[in-house]
Design a protein around this ligand. Structure first.
Ligand code: DLL
Length: 434
């Protein structure tokens, strides 16, 4: 793999500014953002008033803890435009969640917001090792999802040649990567595995592809998966994080030279970690739920948004801005099986230990009698002649000893485990309702 470390002189000065400079900027911007939300969004005015706080009460960054949280339900309750802080006419772009499980949630961006978003996405692409002029194959879904258009805008603004391929039509993905000479690929980690399979199907060696870096996010993935993908493509694999409510992709990104967690662009998004049970802010280094406050957004300011993502804050390394550890999972993805808490990423880690199995998997929860059971659907790796019973036995043993639960493993024929073209559905709950 090539050294893709960006030149220091190409970074935004704030990325390597002193902590004092960053904190001073954050305080000034946080005061503005609280005031902006309070004065322009009735929801924030009500919630601050109810909590007995006023934007003027913020004298230091830690005073933020006095302000109330915002949760996903608040977005639903104010559907569609109730949380916008500017007249609708000044909103240039809208994104929304698919809303398959209820009321969709809507976010809006002014022209300045789009510029800021482009700027932070550009930072991510630079941190990942791309330079203006490089070709980027963008396989995140285009449309209401923030992934495709969010990366797209930032890539153009940064000066890349962007290929807006979106998800799906996997045969064509491989062809375009090869023909257009893509140096970077932005894609969900689960869909990159389908692209990898397609290389094999076409008899092409992915290690010979023009790709030098893959920028993976929108769903949790493990360091074990990183090792697998990096070896398969002979390229770097870095992590990109974001969520629509805060901006979309581009809230935090790993640096290609360190790959030690994701630097949060703290001059625009202020992070806190809280104890999800009590709501209290915990110290840096402690595990908890990530909470974000936007510092510069005009159209859709967001104050103390509870992401449900579990991680910890760590000091800066390659940049001065703090890092968040790779996300273990979301509190709502946590499976409690007979009293044991399990995240799908823990299953992924063990799967990567078994080379005879392909990296695709899906967890099914069932309740045949009185007890819940976890069935893990996996499949044999392409070209392996291993005995499925022996392999499933070994995988089961690994899950038992490392995750602490007994599971059933069902080994399907190659290609039979559900594939994703965007975010993977890792857990299917087939337990009787009620
Ligand atoms: O997934 C934005 C995005 C697009 C990020 C492309 C990165 C790349 P939402 O659809 O609103 O936005 O989903 C946000 O996805 O709260 C996390 O639970 C999860 N997520 C996003 N990035 C990561 C990541 C986009 N790198 C939700 N690791 C977040 C783990 C991630 N989970």
């Amino acid at each position: 793999m090539k050294d893709l470390t960006p030149r220091r002189e190409d970074l935004d000065p704030i990325e390597i500014a002193s902590r004092d400079e960053i904190a001073a900027l954050q305080l000034e911007r946080m005061k503005w953002s609280l005031k902006h939300a309070y004065e322009n969004v009735p929801f924030y005015r009500d919630s601050f008033d109810k909590a007995g706080v006023h934007p003027d009460d913020l004298k230091s960054l830690s005073d933020l803890a006095k302000f109330p949280f915002t949760v996903k339900q608040d977005l639903r309750d104010n559907y569609p435009f109730g949380l916008f802080a500017v007249p609708r006419e000044q909103i240039s772009r809208i994104h929304a969640s698919s809303g398959t499980t209820g009321q969709p949630t809507v976010v809006g961006y002014t022209k300045n917001d789009l510029k800021m978003w482009g700027g932070v996405v550009g930072r991510c692409l630079r941190a990942s090792g791309l330079r203006p002029g490089d070709v980027l194959h963008n396989a995140y879904g285009y449309g209401l999802f923030t992934g495709g258009l969010g990366i797209h805008g930032g890539a153009e603004q940064y000066g890349l040649t962007v290929v807006p391929v979106s998800g799906g039509m996997t045969q064509r993905q491989v062809r375009l990567i090869e023909d257009f000479g893509a140096k970077g690929m932005t894609v969900t980690p689960s869909y990159s595995l389908s692209i990898l399979d397609e290389y094999a199907a076409q008899g092409l060696d992915p290690r010979e592809s023009p790709l030098e870096v893959g920028i993976f996010g929108a769903e949790p993935w493990t360091n074990a998966m990183r090792t697998e993908i990096e070896a398969a493509f002979d390229m770097h694999a870095v992590d990109i994080y974001g969520l629509s409510e805060v901006i979309g992709p581009g809230v935090a990104n790993e640096c290609v030279e360190t790959k030690d967690g994701l630097h949060i662009w703290e001059d625009h998004f202020y992070p806190e970690i809280i104890n999800p049970e009590t709501g209290d802010v915990v110290e840096d280094g402690e595990l908890g739920e990530l909470v974000f406050t936007s510092l510069t957004k005009e159209g859709f300011p967001i104050i103390r948004y509870r992401t449900r993502d579990l991680t910890r804050l760590l000091p800066g390394t390659a940049r001065s801005m703090r890092r968040m550890e790779k996300i273990t999972g979301r509190s709502d993805d946590m499976i409690i099986l007979r009293g044991v808490n399990i995240f799908p990423t823990q299953i992924e880690e063990q799967l990567m230990e078994v080379p005879e199995l392909a990296p695709h998997f899906q967890i099914e929860l069932v309740r045949p009698g009185r007890m819940d059971e976890m069935h893990i659907h996996v499949e044999l790796a392409e070209g392996t002649s291993a005995d499925p019973t022996a392999v499933s036995h070994r995988f089961k043993g690994l899950v038992k000893s490392h995750v602490g639960v007994s599971v059933k493993v069902q080994v399907a024929t190659t290609g039979k485990v559900a594939r994703s073209e965007g975010k993977a559905v890792r857990v299917v709950d087939n337990r009787p309702k009620g």
